[in-house]
Structures are given as structure tokens and as C-alpha cells.
Design a protein around this ligand. Sequence first.
Ligand code: WTA
Length: 572
Amino acid sequence: MKQAEIIGVKTSGNNLHGYEEAVESFDWKEAEKAFSWYETGKVNAAYEAIDRHAETERRDQVALYYSDPDRKEEYTFREMRDQSNRFGNVLKKIGVKKGDRVFIFMPRTPELYFSFLGILKVGAIVGPLFEAFMEGAVRDRLEDSEAVALVTTPQLLERVPVDELPALKHIILVGATGELTDGTYDFEKEMEAASPNLEIEWMDREDPMIIHYTSGSTGKPKGVLHVHNAMIQHYQTGRWVLDLQEEDIYWCTADPGWVTGTSYGIFAPWLNGVTNVIRGGRFSPDDWYQTLQDNRVTIWYSAPTAFRMLMGAGADVAKKYDLSHVRHILSVGEPLNPEVVRWGLEAFNRRIHDNWWMTETGGILISNYPQMPIKPGSMGRPFPGIKAAIIDDEGNELPPYRMGNLAIRTPWPSMMRAIWKNEAKYNEYFRIPGWYVSGDSAYMDEEGYFWFQGRIDDVINTSGERVGPFEVESKLVEHPAVAEAGVIGKPDPVRGEIIKAFISLRQGYEVSDALKEEIRAFVKEGLAAHAAPREIDFKDKLPKTRSGKIMRRVLKAWELDLPTGDLSTMED
Ligand code: WTA
């Protein structure tokens, strides 16, 4: 095994013990003391994130700096409290109750954040959706969760098949114009009429808080359910991994449709009372650097695909901006290439700290702790209070350098508590007693650093988004020209993986570039832009098992010129 390259510690934080010390002495019970339940037994994550600070001398500190190409606004903790209270009252007025699912389907704007917090304050379960979702994706999620209310915009409402969603009774429109039909409300008008004082719904720690839908290798997307108790993890990892301190200005680039955009785009910064930067609009290197510069961001949390795009634009672009105030940079979502870590040193004179977790884990579990040497290419070591291991399929822990299942000892505060209406799926993660089995394969080195190897299932990770091949295949075969489809992730220098589809056509259809384009657009329209295959190959026949399953493994081997492995189950 080759000696790992090591980059020493440069950033330092006041919040931090040394890593080893913290591992020795930390207990989750200590972290709990930061919150009201320590005294009252009840809690509400939105109260802890916003109102708690609005009741102290921090009330007039900026909680949210928002900007997009058309808007530039700021809100203090007190204003965030009042706005989210108003939205809570709007929901109460229309009859939303504790435990109801209320979804948000809109671009990143301040209204999204007022709504998100207001939903939690009345005890409802929030379901954030990516603005990029098309009708099919929206329907699946609202149907499965039986959402009763939706916050959206008039433009996006066109992608909500309201007539096919019997549970969905209320639509709240941000930017509504003209006449509103029954059950439809004008966000601005309702907010104006609502009181800024709200009676918050006090929750038990184990009461549901948020559903994030995420893709697996088979079946429809699954609704990963988290409870209010998850905030302990958001708070503590925010403090120690993100190194959030009171005077920090923090920017997490993730959309709330993705768990990173809620756990670390909402909860971690605000639970720690830190000023949060939200940038709407699209990615461009200049725009991003401008955002860092103008807001004087000190802590920046993003993803490998974004860092690779910035790298592609060149260190020169970075050098045009004053980024000297950035003291800590972090990355999550897919493997962070060592090359990118080295580039970060060159462009920002800072280490990029990789960390590992999943929608299901709710929060960071493995990280390059700030006060720890980095081995580029490694995800780091388990957070204090977390036990991670590499285990075989029987649950035996494997020695260093042996590849196996990356698993975590159960439980931890932000562990998912259910897959919505799908207990069997949930139980699959916990099939080995005492462990959560992640579905990732990895190994550990003798110093306890974890090294990611791949997904054990076929889930594709394109630009940090999890895409289930089955979902894309199902959409493809809905196209009249497509007989069968097999979808794989193909390694890509910028996006990590891209989606590649192998397609056999129905009788009467001819291979052509126009058809390729049409099929691509079909998936884009029906599912989401990020789920559309960037590459399509037409084949007369796809490799299949005798039971008729398309063998993605074989497609991948063909594509990458790898040995195809055992073909005994393949149909002739
Ligand atoms: C992958 C993301 C390598 C992994 C918060 C995991 C990573 C899946 C890393 C979860 C990392 C996440 N290095 N791979 N640092 N972080 N992954 O649910 O396969 O969108 O299982 O949550 O992303 O993706 P999810």
C-alpha cells in the first residue's frame, strides 16, 4: 500500500478540542444541554434555530443574507422569527395540523426559508423539493407522502398534477397574480394579514420533522424521515466539523431539496447562531467568487462537482477576488479527488475538508476534522461519538485495508427513523444487528481514516445528485421508440459520473441523432434535467439475466473495457 500524502493543519478553530481528546471524552448527552428540552422535555427545531437567538442580544444580528441576480436582502434573527411565525399562522388558519406533510417546491428565495421554518413551528413535517423536478417526479413524492399543502410559484404549479393528488388540499402561491381558485392562497397577502406572534407547537424529540426523498437502485424514490432530535447532530457537527463560531459568515451552496441544504444549509448554522448566506440563481464561477467576496464569507461548504467546475475555470479567476476572509472550506456528496484538494491549496491557500454522510444518516458521520492532518482522497475519521467500521456481509469487522461494507454503530442523534410507508426498505439498512449498513464500500487504513471505493448498489452519483438507474430506465421505456433500456454511471472528470443509457428500439424505429435528442428531452421533461442521459447508445439487444433483469454490471464493463465477470446468470 502506497504511503498516503499528508497535508497538515492550517486552519484552527476556537471551538475545537484536538480530535483524539474529543473522541475520548465526548458524549452526545453533553450536546443535548444546549437545547430547551434539557429543562422542559419539549422542543421545536425551528424555535431552537431562530427564536432562541431572537430572545437574546443576538436578535438584531443578520441571520440571512440573501441575493440573486434580481434581489438583495437581509433578515435579522428577529425578522426571521416574525416571518416564520406569520407563515405558521397562515398554515394554522387553513387548518394544517401537527404531523401533516407540507411540501415546498420553489426556487431558493427568502420565502422558501420563512415557509420551511413556519411549517416546523406548527409541528408539520416539511418536504423540500428541487425546483428542477418535472411533473412525474413531483407527483411521485406528493402522492407517496400524501402531502396536504404545497408552497410553490405560479410557474412551477404547472408541473403539479393537482387533479391526481386527492390529499393535496391547499396551494400557497408565492408571487401569485390574478384570480385564485378555491384552496389556493396568495402568500404575500396571507403573510401580511397574519400575526407575527405564534403559539409554537412543542414537540417530542422523536416527533417527525422532515422528509427527504432520495433514490435507491430499485423502485421509486424513498422518503427518508428525520425527527426533531436530529438537531443535536446538526448543532454539534456544525460546531466541530464546520467550526461555526458566533462571528462567522457561512455559505452552504446546497439547495434545500438536498439534505445538505437543510441539515447544513439551515439547521447547523442557525442552531449555532451564525449568519447564513443564501445565493439564488444559477452557478457561474464569477458569481460564486463574487458571493464569497461580497458577503465576506468565512466558512464555505460545497461539493466536489462545484469545486471541479471552479478548477476548470482556472485559479486565475479565483485570484481576481478577495477571498482572504475564507478560513474553512468543506466538501460533501461524492469522492473529493486528491487533485481538487491540491488545487484548493493553490487557489485559496486552504485545505478542502472532505466529509461523508448520507440522506439517511441526517448529518456528518465521517470527516476531516479541522484539527487533523488530511490525507487527500480520504473522507477522514469518524466524528467523536460515532463508531464506523468496515464489516463483511455477516457483520464481522474487517482489519485495515480490507474492502467491505461501510457501516455505523446504531444509533446516533440524526439517524433516520423511517422510510415513509416502507418498513421493509428501512429494515434493509439495519439487517445486521447493531449496525447501519450504508451501501457504500470502503476500507480503513491503520490510522482509522476511511477511503471510499464505490456504491455497492448501482446508484449513480452525478454532480452530487443521487439518481437511481431504475427510475431513469422506467422513464425511458415510456418513450414510444424505446423497447428496453439499461442505465449506468460513467466516470466523468467534472461531474463525477454522467448518466449513460443503452437502448434497444422498438420495431419500426430507426437510429438517428434526432431520436437521441428526443429521448433525452423526454427524460428531462418527465423526470428532471439532471436525470437525463448525457450519452445514449443504441443496441440491438441488452444483456439480461435469465430472470429478465438488465445487467448493468455488464453494460458498465463494456463501456469501461473491464472484465465482465461472472456471466452464468446471463441469458444467451
Ligand atoms: C456518496 C449526501 C465519497 C456516497 C450528503 C453516499 C460520498 C452518498 C461522500 C450519499 C464522500 C457522500 N466521498 N462519496 N465524502 N459523501 N458520498 O444521500 O455514495 O445525496 O452513500 O447525501 O453519496 O448521497 P446523499
